[in-house]
Each structure stands twice: as C-alpha cells, then as structure tokens.
Design a protein around this ligand. Structure first.
Ligand code: 4NP
Length: 159
C-alpha cells in the first residue's frame, strides 16, 4: 500500500480538494486498492470541520465525492505512516520539515505539489481562504495531481 498525505494550513480548502481530486484519479487509474489518500493541516483551528464551502461547491460541480471528510491536524506519526507528504505551499513544507526534526528519511518524504507541474514557476498553491479563487486552485491541482500519480506509478512498478 502506498500512502499519500496532502497538507495545507487549515485542511479545509486546498488539501481536502487535493485529496478528493487525487483519489478520483487513483480510482480512474484502477489503483484504489493500492494507493491510500488522506489530508491534514499544519494548524488546528478547523479540526473536525468539513471542507470550506468553496471547496465543497467546486467538487460537487465536478461530481467529485467529498463525503465524510473532516479536518485534522498533522501529527508526528504521519511521517512514519505515509510515503508521500505533499505540501501545498513552501510555508507548509517548512513547517512539516521542522516537525520531522532531524530525521532525514522523514524530511525527504515532504514534497511540494507544484514541483510536479512542468513549466509552473510558482512554488505555492495560492490560498483560496484569502483569495476566494477556488477555480485557480483546482486548475493547479488537477495538473499537478495527475503528474504526481504518474510519478508514483512509475516509481512503484509493482502497483
Ligand atoms: P487551507 O486554507 O490551508 O487551504 O485550508 C486556510 C484555511 C483556514 C485558514 C487559513 C488558510 N485560517 O487561517 O483559518
């Protein structure tokens, strides 16, 4: 089982969208019994809440399931439990690397989602909690999640 964790600040806007979009891609690729997907936030303000209305509406419009998703905070054991810890922006990545402390193997699991998008100069998925632009986030995540899945399938030949 390959486990992928998407991480943003609040776990209500970007990382739940990434989780839902990526899970749908995994399903369509026929790997749902081999790739497990989750999301979490570095902050704890929204723990227990469903995704933000903007994320829910965007997913519903595209027929992507978000049933039962509730925000949680990243925890130390996530570094052992997940193979890929995918940050939405460089602040999330820096916070995750601090949480991994001196453990290099754990630090190496932390990647930036937009690094998977060729020709994308931005490093950070803009936060729609502040910009209100959920469509822009979806466009970035649709492209980058597709590449991430290709990367995982190539890296794990036995999938
Ligand atoms: P997210 O957006 O990290 O994409 O879930 C945010 C949600 C909430 C807050 C910040 C960003 N907040 O400050 O409460």
């Amino acid at each position: 089982m390959i486990r992928v964790l998407f991480v943003c600040l609040g776990n209500i806007c970007r990382s739940p969208m990434a989780e839902a979009v990526f899970r749908r891609m995994v399903q369509e690729a026929g790997h749902i019994d081999r790739i497990e997907v989750d999301s979490a936030g570095t902050g704890d303000w929204h723990v227990g809440e469903p995704p933000h209305r903007g994320t829910r509406e965007l997913l519903r419009k595209r027929g992507i399931d978000h049933e039962g998703m509730l925000a949680r905070q990243v925890k130390r054991s996530d570094f052992a439990d997940f193979h890929y810890i995918v940050a939405m922006d460089s602040t999330n990545r820096d916070d995750l690397q601090k949480l991994a402390r001196e453990n290099e193997a754990e630090k190496e699991k932390v990647v930036l989602i937009l690094d998977f998008l060729p020709n994308e100069k931005r490093k950070d998925v803009p936060d729609p909690y502040f910009t209100g632009n959920f469509e822009e986030v979806y466009r970035l995540l649709d492209g980058s999640c597709r590449r991430l899945l290709e990367h995982i399938i190539e890296r794990h030949e036995r999938l």
